[in-house]
Ligand binder design. Structure first.
Ligand code: SF4
Ligand code: SF4
Length: 315
């Protein structure tokens, strides 16, 4: 059985690294540093993404403020022009609660249609694309990350990382808690829902929790919530396994500069960019990738692109 599709080449032997003559900076007739730094200020995908993220979140606010009935509710559950959309992790907790209270059979057809629609939509677009293209907390934490990286660079703090497996324990743990307590316990800690609801309905004391998490991310660990805690992102990561849209890596154009890993929220997913680690001429970035495009923006060799798996670059 060919397992390459599932392992993305991790089970194969690494290809030989390129010689100096084969490196893209040599081919372009540039020094390595001139070549590497050429696209450092390129923010095309980040700006497009931020514009869409701000627009979608503003749509919630404007719909509520002016009673427009365009995009009602919040990111935990909403209606787009009257059509229900259900967040899958929130739905999982709802199912846990309603299975205890006996209301599970009373979940309406709108619930199931809303859940299926949103799952299909984000499955096609890459699962965790939701995080970087939609989530208002992601937007805030990108700024916190900048501050964190600045402090690390100035040696004011050191980077701390943790076992990423903890997010699966958290994902299952809060569903179990919902089942046991008959309450959506996680919703009181869900920074996505808290920020989304604060923007739409006005601030609440729960924002202090969000502030605490931001401080943890600035002073303790880069993107702590998104990397190790958020069960919403973990759910989308699972969905992303089946997504046809992914970031594609082209070994021939890569110059091993590692600029992509520096900007990436999940650098482990770019394992093949290090010299002598790629096992295939092409790799697809794994399901933890949020399709944020930061790596595409900075890559001097244009070795990374949005692609449909098995097809050539689409964007
Ligand atoms: S691999 Fe690229 S697109 Fe994916 S999360 Fe990292 S920087 Fe963003
Ligand atoms: S893929 Fe990464 S390591 Fe390779 S050239 Fe692009 S930024 Fe550098």
């Amino acid at each position: 059985m060919n397992t390459t599709y599932f392992t993305n080449g991790k089970n194969k032997a690494a290809l030989a690294p390129k010689s100096v003559e084969q490196m893209p900076h040599s081919k372009a007739g540039l020094s390595f540093t001139d070549w590497r730094d050429a696209r450092k200020k390129n923010h095309k995908w980040r700006n497009i993404r931020w514009a869409i993220l701000v627009f979608m979140n503003l749509l919630f606010v404007l719909s509520f403020t002016f009673d427009l009935a365009v995009l009602e509710g919040s990111l935990s559950g909403s209606r787009l022009i009257g059509f229900y959309l259900m967040d899958p992790y929130n739905s999982l907790q709802l199912l846990a609660v309603s299975s205890r209270t006996g209301y599970i059979t009373m979940l309406t057809m709108n619930f199931w249609i809303g859940l299926t629609t949103i799952l299909l939509f984000w499955a096609v677009l890459g699962g965790r694309s939701y995080c970087s293209w939609m989530c208002p907390y992601h937007f805030i934490s990108e700024w916190a990350e900048k501050l964190h990286l600045f402090l690390v660079k100035k040696k004011k703090i050191s980077e701390r990382s943790f076992n990423r497996g903890i997010r699966f324990v958290i994902l299952i743990g809060f569903v179990l808690l919902a089942f046991l307590t008959k309450n959506l316990v996680f919703e009181n800690l869900n920074v996505v829902g808290i920020v989304s609801k604060a923007m739409i309905y006005g601030p609440s004391l729960l924002l202090l929790w969000v502030l605490f998490i931001i401080l943890v991310e600035v002073f303790l660990s880069r993107r702590f919530w998104c990397r190790y805690i958020c069960p919403i992102g973990t759910t989308w990561s699972l969905v992303g396994h089946v997504s046809p849209l992914a970031v594609k890596f082209d070994l021939e154009k890569c110059g091993y500069c590692l600029e992509c890993q520096k900007v990436c929220l999940v650098p482990h997913e770019l394992w093949f960019v290090k010299r002598g680690t790629a096992t295939q001429d092409e790799h697809y970035v794994g399901s933890d990738c949020t399709r944020c495009g930061l790596c595409i923006d900075v890559c001097p060799g244009k070795a990374l692109s949005y692609s449909i798996k098995g097809a050539s670059a689409v964007l």
